[in-house]
Design a protein around this ligand. Structure first.
Ligand SMILES: NC(=O)c1ccc[n+]([C@@H]2O[C@H](COP(=O)([O-])OP(=O)(O)OC[C@H]3O[C@@H](n4cnc5c(N)ncnc54)[C@H](O)[C@@H]3O)[C@@H](O)[C@H]2O)c1
Length: 261
């Protein structure tokens, strides 16, 4: 049994993760963490009345024998949470997006020093992992690319971690270059979107959406669009479960679910 702590359990993804961990026969939920919680034990919540699991509301007070720390929290807290997990020998499985490259590098160095395996996955959905791989392949032949990501209107960070990761993966095979007319002018600021090495990234926020992405490639007289849709948060759970099962076999902090599939 893998002992698991879920951080951000009061949130949309955290709540779905708690249900997955409780239903998974190989996982043992040993703690949940969320500063917004008012209960001391999960069993105070009518939905989990048979589940005796301690609730933590403050990072400094967490005492746990958890082996894996699953994190779906906030861009402002994920760095400290991951650092805490690594320092306590707990393998982080991080779904929270919005960390800077420098923060990720610092955490990777810490994981190496502590010899603790961990995973940061901007997207745990298989359709998104495949989209990123297909997009990287296509960009070798069609290097003019724009990305449109679409999310629910409660999302805090923009562009999405998946869109940024898609751009980074494409940048591994695409030479940085300017796209569009060199003389173009934005008559409304932001109209052309964010700029990653010349690729434009557009972030849509609308109620009703969950998580969706399109990568558009244009060539002479042709175009290719690759699209993925996550309609339900349950779609991320098989990826989270695989990471939770396997992550203790590693001794470094990796970025991207594809590293462990
Ligand atoms: N990797 C993926 O596949 C994937 C999929 C969906 C969402 N996400 C990301 O997961 C994160 C959470 O998304 P959500 O929709 O569940 O958000 P949410 O706002 O519904 O939930 C976040 C929860 O974190 C809690 N929280 C705040 N500070 C905390 C801290 N210091 N420690 C622990 N918990 C804390 C909040 O109280 C809240 O309950 C976002 O960054 C989102 O982009 C990732």
């Amino acid at each position: 049994m893998v002992k698991v702590l879920v951080a951000g359990f009061k949130g949309r993804m955290g709540n779905t993760t708690v249900q997955m961990v409780l239903e998974h026969e190989g996982f043992d939920l040993v703690g949940v963490f969320d500063p917004m919680a008012s209960e001391k034990n999960l069993n105070e919540n009518p939905a989990y009345s048979q589940t005796d699991v301690p609730v933590f509301t403050n990072l400094a007070n967490i005492k746990t024998d958890a082996e894996v720390w699953i994190d779906f929290t906030r861009p402002t807290s994920v760095f400290e949470n991951t650092k805490f997990a690594l320092e306590h020998g707990i393998s982080p499985v991080i779904g929270t997006t919005g960390m800077t490259d420098d923060q990720v590098k610092e955490l990777q160095a810490l994981a190496k020093e502590k010899q603790v395996g961990g995973l940061i996955a901007p997207n745990f959905g298989i359709s998104a992992v495949l989209l990123m791989q297909f997009a990287k392949q296509a960009a070798k032949y069609l290097p003019d690319v724009e990305i449109i990501e679409m999310h629910h209107d409660n999302k805090l960070d923009a562009p999405s971690g998946t869109a940024l990761n898609t751009a980074k993966m494409i940048a591994e095979v695409r030479k940085e270059h300017y796209q569009g007319n060199p003389d173009e002018k934005e008559t409304l600021p932001g109209a052309r979107g964010a700029n990653y090495e010349g690729m434009r990234i557009h972030a849509v926020r609308l109620p009703g959406y969950v998580a969706h992405e399109q990568v558009l490639f244009g060539g002479k007289g042709e175009a290719l669009t690759i699209r993925q849709d996550s309609f339900d948060r349950i779609s991320f759970m098989s990826g989270v479960a695989v990471a939770t099962e396997k992550i203790r076999n590693y001794s470094e902090l990796m970025v991207g679910l594809e590293n462990i599939l």
